[in-house]
Design a protein around this ligand. Structure first.
Ligand code: AMP
Length: 225
């Protein structure tokens, strides 16, 4: 199963990618997580991109594509993957197409999670992320049982630097200018499904699984067609 998740920041791509990864047994490949890990470890790449991430701008196409290509060559991605946050522009999508064609594989489906802008600002300003396992919480909508502590792994919850209100607005502008044209790109390729991103994560997951039409089991432990 090779799937792309599209949608604005805060649409729930990360949460859904983790759920689908669990269900289908293929890894979530999140460009933002890979870049943040490089920043945290202060690798040469991390130093190069730290300010770009903090501003909410896009990292250069070549840099991100190289990072993704290395990740997709990992043995765990041989059976499939869920791309979360990549591609983010038409040039990245074209580079991805070339990369997959060279490997004799292709994307099965691109799922676009649709959420109105007003809802996004509300969701992201309350968002807290686990430093250890990247699970997300919302202090207003779904707070952790113990403030500041991840329920899954006990890791520390923090607010991403780029989740402040002004940066979120800028990230939305970047999404509208660079990433939204991908809806048209994958629609023309005949593999786009638009998913209503409102409601609980479980509601959205059901719609996703429906759109994947037999590519994943409907329940954990079930089997795909
Ligand atoms: P995300 O976690 O997907 O919201 O990504 C966080 C930040 O990482 C973005 O605001 C960008 O600065 C950078 N980033 C993530 N994915 C990409 C990508 N595919 N292309 C360029 N920059 C990216």
């Amino acid at each position: 199963m090779r799937v792309i998740l599209l949608g604005p920041p805060g649409a729930g791509k990360g949460t859904q990618a983790r759920m689908l990864s669990d269900l289908a047994g293929v890894p979530q490949v999140a460009s933002g997580d890979l870049l943040r890990a490089a920043v945290q470890k202060k690798t040469p790449l991390g130093r190069e991109v730290a300010d770009i991430l903090a501003r909410g701008d896009l990292v250069g196409d070549e840099t991100v594509v190289k990072l993704i290509e290395d990740r997709l060559d990992g043995p765990d991605a041989a059976r499939g993957f869920i791309l979360d946050g990549f591609p983010r522009s038409v040039p990245q999508a074209e580079l991805l197409d070339g990369m997959l064609t060279r490997r004799g594989i292709r994307i099965d489906r691109a799922l676009a999670v649709m959420v109105p802008d007003g809802e996004i600002v509300k969701r992201i300003s309350g968002r807290r992320t686990c430093r250890n396992c990247q699970t997300m919480y919302n202090v207003a909508l779904e707070p952790p049982r113990q403030p500041g502590v991840c329920e899954k792994c006990g890791g520390e919850l923090y607010q991403r630097e780029d989740d402040s209100e002004q940066t979120v607005q800028h990230r939305l502008d970047v999404y509208n200018a660079s990433t939204k044209p991908l809806l048209e790109y994958y629609s023309r390729a005949g593999i786009l499904s638009r998913i209503d991103g409102m409601g609980t994560p479980t509601d959205v997951e059901k719609r996703m699984v429906g759109a994947l039409d037999g590519l994943v089991p409907k329940e954990r432990g079930g089997s795909a067609r």
